[in-house]
Design a protein around this ligand. Sequence first.
Ligand code: 1DF
Ligand code: MN
Length: 347
Amino acid sequence: MNTTAPRAYKRIATEEGWATPEMMQMYVKILETHAINDPGFYNLWGFFGKSQAPRAVDLFNRIQDMGERRLGDMDATGIDMQLLMLTSPGVQVFDAATATALAISTNDQLAATIRKHPTRFAGLAAVAPQAPQGAARELERAVTKLGLKGAVINSHTQGEYLDDEKFWDIFAAAEALDVPIYIHPNTPSPQMIEPFLSRCLDAAIYGFAAETGLHVMRLIVSGVFDRFPKLRIVLGHLGEGLPFWLYRMDFMHAGIVRANRSEGVKPLKKKPSDYLRDNFYYTTSGMAWEPSVTFVQQQMGHDRVMYAMDYPYQYVAEEVTAMDNLPLSEEHKKMFFQTNAERIFKL
Ligand code: 1DF
Ligand code: MN
């Protein structure tokens, strides 16, 4: 099938990476000076930022191009619109003041890019969880003044997770603004990465999902969704494996609560799986495989699963064809490629 042929739906890709030259230079400087303590960062960006391997050079160039090359790649694969997010780990590796300032300037640049191509691009704001009140303020500015559609947070921030209440101003802001937070993967935190490293399992092959799935489980059992019942979270990679665990997480969580095992696990108003069905949305980034997509659609509902490519990391035309060929009714296919994204992100 030709993905550029006329069709009855728009293709909106909902986890598409971009970066500013300014941030890429700051990443390269970290690589050269070894300025932070994050083994995952050096593995991931040592490849994209310093390696001369053809794939690394190609990705390093494509991620920064916000004009002809990107639009050409979208046209070549029949992508009508990209929902852009600052590539992982975004500003989360810098000190709080640097990260806060960089998020603001990055969001201004993203808004300018979108103004140039308003039918092709929409975007999520970068925020710096290192300064939670500043992050909440920037989310509000980005949504109300810049027209961005929510925020992206790349899992842990220097080893800290969002179930810590010191971060909850960010959730309060997202709930009040009624915009989603996309929890995008990061490499595992310094506390958990060690056994991943020697087998190169720390990034997209598996570590991303282990890290991000853990992060979401921490959020759920912390009770954050009882405190913010309208909070909406988007996960890529079909939910980082969690939809496969629904039965077991409920069974085990009930036992842990009953036994009063830990201060860190209090009774919840609902089952863990209920929050994954009520507060979460899922994109197919990197997971263009019919059995998995079909399973998540069955479990979570056709109104919660959206198409994503994960450009430029998984720029694969055959995957668009595979998603076009999903066994879906015309109605469900339009929801999957277009109208779910329009509704969830208010495009
Ligand atoms: C990779 C994959 C890199 C994803 C990403 O951002 C990323 C990769 C730095 O293949 O190394 O967002 N991904 O979401 O699957
Ligand atoms: Mn991604």
